[in-house]
Design a protein. Structure first.
Length: 134
């Protein structure tokens, strides 16, 4: 359901996964669930944001800050999590918090290949939030 963006079906399926894994330590280790948790945070956060549960989405997406790995999964998911959080902060009218996450992402991706859609989105959002209306 999440892959097809059927969020109303995905949310009830994703929530129990996080609850089932709550006792699994976050960070590097031999338990493969620590990597899957990052993906569930991403999917559940996006689902909640897209269905209008912005505060809950933000809470889920902030959980990723407890993650301490630095492998391929993190490289794939953390940038998306940061942009989703920035969107949530923007919707909650907290532009300074959105800018912090965008600056974190843009700092991580300072040598990014031109044309990456997520990088372009982050730069555009940052420019909009930091613009003269702020």
């Amino acid at each position: 359901a999440a892959v097809e963006r059927r969020w109303d079906e995905a949310i009830p399926a994703l929530r129990p996964l996080l609850n089932a894994w709550k006792d699994v330590p976050v960070g590097r280790g031999t338990d493969p669930r620590w990597v899957s948790r990052l993906e569930v945070w991403l999917l559940l956060g996006e689902a909640l944001l897209e269905t209008g549960s912005i505060a809950e989405a933000l809470e889920v997406l902030q959980s990723a800050d407890r993650f301490s790995g630095c492998g391929v999964q993190e490289a794939a998911h953390v940038p998306n999590i940061l942009v989703l959080r920035a969107r949530a902060y923007e919707r909650l009218r907290r532009p300074s918090d959105a800018l912090k996450d965008l600056d974190r992402l843009l700092g991580l991706w300072k040598n990014a290949e031109p044309g990456l859609p997520l990088h372009a989105e982050a730069k555009a959002m940052r420019a909009r939030l930091a613009g003269p209306a702020r």
